[in-house]
Design a protein around this ligand. Structure first.
Ligand SMILES: Cc1ncc(COP(=O)(O)O)c(C=O)c1O
Length: 366
């Protein structure tokens, strides 16, 4: 029997939510309100409550959030910023965008910035570090915060993949000076377009972020600093308000499916499974395995109608705009061995079982 299991399918979720989403669209169309307004304020306050943070500031997307965070902390030319060698390109791009110097740190076996290496890349010019909670798994933030405090560097958390992950009761994004989130449509909380958010526990920084993303305006026609337009669309805020109310059951569903994957795959020889995915500090955004036979497995699953994805094939320093530097062996190895299997709240148990059977068949044959 031939089946089709895409890596990610958004249509069933949106079919379920269609009436509520259409009602939001109709209401805003009627009001003619597309920037700012109550939906944006509601999103900010719901996020503050959900993440247990004093300040949440919606913005246009996750990349802008990271860049605004650097600007708010006055990071610029002459400063160094440390980022992990394995991440989505945005984390590194923004450092270049503000004119600072990029310093890469290799990752550990799970793909997170290696905290044993971090002290060796900190210099007197280091102004900030951007830890990335890759695949939805949080870095050890207590240890990172201790290093940052000792060396006086700022922490900007790239929590773009980590919405809904908590460590010691504290949300991803709540440990650093500033937290950055993405609501890109494929994220575990996705808008119907582009959207992002910043969090902070510092009132002064939050106010600065709010000004920076709105042309430096505390009020109309008063400009206090050079900023830009990185406001969230009202429509996206409204859609996110709908989706946030479903987030907890979606998260539980992801965990249940991740458990099913683990039950079937954890004893299989030849693959490394994300064994901590059921913990609170992992939001089960991605179910990412590692295997030396990644390309063959990907192709075999594709022939069986199973979609997979690679997060990410190349370490950022090895990319053309970053100098094609091949000096981060763990990131490079993960780039060659990593494979993300389908995982979303609308995936069925029988589909997960089918994926597992095909993965098992592949390794048993090998
Ligand atoms: C780790 C990471 N950082 C930053 C971003 C940037 O977010 P956005 O696509 O909303 O700009 C993403 C998402 O794509 C991401 O996964």
């Amino acid at each position: 029997m031939s089946r089709s299991i895409p890596f990610l399918e958004l249509a069933p979720m949106h079919r379920d939510l269609a009436d509520e989403l259409k009602a939001k669209f109709a209401a805003l169309l009627e009001k003619g309100l597309f920037s700012g307004g109550e939906e944006v304020e509601v999103l900010a306050s719901s996020m503050q409550e959900f993440l247990k943070v004093p300040y949440a500031i919606p913005c246009a997307n996750g990349t802008d959030a990271l860049e605004l965070a650097l600007r708010a902390l006055e990071v610029g030319p002459g400063d160094e910023v440390i980022v992990p060698a394995l991440t989505w390109v945005s984390t590194a791009e923004v450092v270049k965008m503000v004119g600072a110097n990029l310093v890469f740190c290799d990752v550990d076996a799970d793909g997170l910035m290696d905290l044993t290496l971090l002290p060796s890349v900190i210099s007197p010019n280091t102004k900030a570090v951007i830890p990335v909670h890759l695949y939805g798994k949080m870095m050890d933030m207590k240890s990172l915060a201790a290093i940052a405090q000792k060396t006086g560097i700022k922490v900007i958390e790239d929590a773009a993949q980590a919405f809904g992950a908590f460590q010691g009761g504290k949300s991803a994004g709540a440990y650093g000076d500033i937290g950055c989130f993405s609501f890109y449509p494929t994220k575990n909380l996705g808008a119907l377009g582009e959207a992002g958010m910043l969090t902070s526990h510092d009132g002064g920084l939050s106010e600065r972020l709010r000004l920076l993303l709105n042309h430096g305006q505390p009020q109309r026609d008063v400009h206090e600093l050079i900023g830009r337009n990185s406001r969230i669309d009202t429509l996206q805020a409204a859609f996110l308000n709908v989706k946030l109310s479903y987030f907890t059951p979606w998260q539980q569903r992801r965990k249940a499916l991740a458990k099913l994957y683990l039950d079937h795959l954890q004893h299989l020889k030849g693959i490394k499974v994300p064994s901590s995915i059921l913990q609170e500090n992992h939001n089960a955004h991605l179910f990412t395995i590692q295997t030396n036979q990644r390309d063959a497995l990907k192709e075999c699953l594709s022939k069986k109608g199973i979609g997979t994805a690679i997060h990410y094939p190349l370490p950022v320093p090895a990319m053309k705009p970053f100098g094609e530097i091949d000096a981060f062996p763990v990131a490079a190895r993960i780039g060659k061995t990593t494979l993300s299997l389908p995982l979303h709240p609308y995936l069925r148990e029988d589909e997960v079982r089918y994926v597992c059977e095909e993965v098992q068949r592949f390794f048993n044959k090998a």
